[in-house]
Design a protein around this ligand. Structure first.
Ligand SMILES: Cc1cc2nc3c(=O)[nH]c(=O)nc-3n(C[C@H](O)[C@H](O)[C@H](O)COP(=O)(O)OP(=O)(O)OC[C@H]3O[C@@H](n4cnc5c(N)ncnc54)[C@H](O)[C@@H]3O)c2cc1C
Length: 393
């Protein structure tokens, strides 16, 4: 019998085990159907920023920065965090919510400032900035490496006595009345536990539906395109382009383009274990169109490769970090494509909720992430929404 069983060894499962360990819980077993970081974590763009309108989410991102910056010393391994900074540019139609959101972030203590066009041009000399109206800059932002981060956590956990079992697929949550008592693996083995934490990303509803727990997750296909610029662009900051609705950053000499458009390329995935591995022609064409417009200074760009991943998207594009009607059954899912940057603080939040029933993380209202908000119609959305953009900012 383990005190705690965590289902899923993505960055959320391992960061939660780490946080529980820091709180003195030592009897922890992580069960992973495949290998550590084999889900969305390894596909992550892993952009790090605090630019959120939702107070609790900005606060979780802020509370994660120290850990990400010092992870090498804390975990004893490099997590691949490149602190190149983060720039947001918006068009005239979004200046109002943008200004209000940045001021709100500053009030929370987020290191972010308004900067002018000349400053952005210096950071991104190849960019055409003609259609932007305002910018902000987060010097502590950048991008990480989801795979390296989860592996670093897992190595630390193993060294400190946590059991990390790979190839251990959980088929069923075991219950007695309204109490979770453990899990049953696909091979029939039973693993009893005091508390079961479901950190299985988009696979979670398959485990909760048989218990009558509705976890509203729409798995969305994300198509990523890497472009070889054919020239040395140095190490510019991550650029969140809220005019073309894309985000762009350098990764090992290539430019990674991601879609931020709420209305285009939104496709549900019907089979989580079998979906297209590369971007569609439609996605490639869209990236090419936007890239040519935004980066005229890149003369001979070439597509280097493409890949896909899945967002475990909830109706409000925010996290589910929540107890359930079953005693001892806790959910950490629905990260909706922005769970990397906040993973250290999400682990801490989950540990505090499980052990104390509340959180000490500044400016985080734990109930914001409760599962019941969907049934209540009390969605967690930004008071400063951007026109045309998805809700994850
Ligand atoms: C393309 C893409 C780009 C992204 N970009 C960013 C970004 O720029 N910034 C950011 O902050 N976030 C980003 N994200 C989101 C972030 O990567 C995820 O929110 C985060 O990695 C999710 O981690 P997780 O542990 O919840 O899920 P996962 O990494 O999916 O891990 C879940 C694990 O659970 C295991 N599992 C599932 N079911 C079972 C079962 N029944 N039994 C045993 N194991 C099971 C799976 O095998 C998997 O390893 C991006 C995600 C994607 C896909």
């Amino acid at each position: 019998m383990s005190d705690i069983v965590i289902v899923g060894a993505g960055v959320i499962g391992v960061s939660t085990a780490y946080a529980l360990l820091q709180r003195g819980v030592t009897d922890i077993t992580i069960l992973e159907r495949n290998t550590v970081a084999s889900g969305g974590t390894a596909k992550s763009s892993a952009i790090v920023r605090c630019h959120y309108g939702v107070t609790s989410v900005a606060a979780l991102a802020l509370a994660s920065l120290d850990f990400l910056e010092n992870a090498k010393e804390i975990l004893g391994a490099d997590i691949g965090f490149e602190q190149v900074g983060y720039v947001v540019g918006v068009g005239p139609e979004n200046v109002e919510p943008f200004t209000a959101s940045v001021k709100h972030q500053q009030a929370l203590g987020v290191p972010t400032e308004f900067i002018d066009r000349d400053a952005v041009q210096e950071l991104w000399p190849v960019a055409n900035l003609d259609d932007f109206a305002a910018y902000c800059w987060e010097p502590r932002g950048g991008y990480g490496d989801g795979y390296a981060t989860a592996q670093a956590f897992a190595a630390y956990l193993r060294d400190h006595g946590v059991t990390v079992r790979q190839g251990a697929e959980v088929a069923e949550i075991l219950t007695e009345g309204t109490k979770a008592t453990g899990v049953k693996l696909a091979d029939g083995e039973t693993v009893p536990a005091g508390t079961v934490i479901l950190a299985g990303g988009p696979w979670v509803p398959a485990l909760t539906t048989p218990l009558g727990i509705d976890v509203p997750i729409d798995p969305i296909l994300i198509e990523q395109v890497l472009i070889n610029p054919g020239m040395d662009l140095g190490a510019p900051p991550v650029f969140s382009d809220m005019v073309s609705m894309q985000y762009v950053h350098m990764r090992k000499g290539e430019l990674l383009f991601g879609n931020s458009d709420a209305s285009r390329l939104i496709k549900s995935v019907s089979n989580l274990d079998d979906y297209p591995g590369h971007a569609s022609h439609e996605a490639l064409e869209l990236v090419a169109e936007k890239a040519v417009h935004r980066f005229p200074g890149i003369e001979n760009p070439e597509v280097a490769t493409t890949y896909t991943g899945v967002f475990d998207r909830t109706p409000d594009e925010n996290y589910i970090i929540s107890g359930t009607d079953y005693d001892g059954l806790f959910l950490e899912t629905g990260m909706s494509g922005h769970g990397f940057k906040t993973s250290p603080a999400i682990g801490r939040l989950a540990a505090e909720l499980i052990l104390d029933g509340d959180t000490t993380i500044p400016n985080v209202t734990a109930s914001d992430f409760r599962l019941s908000r969907f049934a209540e119609g009390d969605l967690l959305t930004s008071p400063f929404p951007y026109k045309g953009a998805s809700g994850i900012r």
